[in-house]
Design a protein around this ligand. Structure first.
Ligand SMILES: NC(=O)c1ccc[n+]([C@@H]2O[C@H](COP(=O)([O-])OP(=O)(O)OC[C@H]3O[C@@H](n4cnc5c(N)ncnc54)[C@H](O)[C@@H]3O)[C@@H](O)[C@H]2O)c1
Length: 250
């Protein structure tokens, strides 16, 4: 699948991440179908996409997007509980809960349903992509990468693209192109069996471990650790306090 052929993207799991991912893809002009489990869940997803804190209505009110773009998002995003409705998608972005067995099971099912040339991606926070993709065919493994967005997606532009040894150049180029079109700041990173996390969460976890040790050893208070990082490294928020810096722009 080449970037130019990508028109329709299926988002599997429309929770906190899936709804935000669908929104930025639709702003970029992609047709998006969100698949979730039940009609009441779908109704909540629609509400959050339109009325939610990071939804299009507030984005218009804050001047982040125009009314036309908000209408475009509403027109381009559709919803389903039927996985068969994804069969003609060019790309799948999976955003179901962080459970390896669940993701493997969903990808195995998708592999049988969705056209062979379609690209599969996972928004896992840190599971090994090679392990998630172990349930799909050898061909699909060449069309399988990680696409790790940051929450809230409409505000935080990061997108880590996680490549495996099996991933084809066309697949990586297509996913990079989709991320660029969706105005993401892309960081490329290789999959590494035996680890959890890519760049963002590994670096944060290492820093958090050290910060916690300083506090646990009674060397400084949580407030002083946070203050040092915020005022000395210009972090918008640190480890212990209210992480209200996240998405404060809106
Ligand atoms: N929340 C974050 O800050 C964040 C950030 C980056 C990455 N992630 C990752 O994104 C993924 C999703 O996280 P989230 O916070 O959006 O979770 P969430 O619980 O908000 O949403 C998950 C959605 O998946 C749906 N779901 C469950 N099984 C399904 C199935 N078989 N088919 C379709 N939908 C199904 C649930 O009904 C729910 O709506 C996880 O892998 C998580 O680690 C989360």
């Amino acid at each position: 699948m080449k970037l130019a052929d990508v028109k329709h993207i299926g988002v599997v799991g429309g929770g906190i991440m899936g709804a935000g991912i669908a929104q930025v893809l639709a702003v970029a002009g992609y047709q998006v179908t969100i698949r979730d489990l039940t009609d009441p869940i779908i109704s909540d997803i629609k509400d959050s996409l339109i009325e939610g804190k990071w939804g299009v209505k507030r984005a218009v009110e804050k001047g982040k997007i125009g009314f036309d773009t908000a209408s475009q998002v509403i027109d381009l995003v559709s919803f389903t509980t039927d996985i068969q409705d994804l069969k003609n998608c060019d790309v799948i972005i999976e955003a179901v809960p962080e459970k390896l067995a669940l993701k493997q099971e969903i990808f195995a099912e998708l592999d049988n349903i969705i056209k062979p040339e379609a690209i599969f991606t996972s928004n896992t926070s840190g599971l090994v992509i090679e392990e998630i993709s172990s349930s799909v065919s050898a061909q699909r493994k060449q069309q399988f990468v990680g696409m790790h967005f940051s929450n809230p997606v409409p505000v935080m532009s990061m997108c880590e693209i996680i490549t495996t040894d099996a991933a084809s150049i066309d697949t990586v180029e297509a996913v990079v192109g989709i991320a660029k079109a969706s105005k993401r700041a892309i960081s490329m990173v290789k999959d590494q069996p035996g680890t959890y996390g890519f760049i963002l969460n590994r670096v944060f976890a290492a820093a958090y471990k050290e910060a916690k040790k300083i506090v646990d050893d009674g060397l400084a208070t949580p407030e002083d650790v946070d203050k040092a990082m915020i005022t000395g490294r210009n972090w918008p928020a640190a480890f212990f306090g209210n992480r209200g810096g996240i998405g404060k722009e809106w």
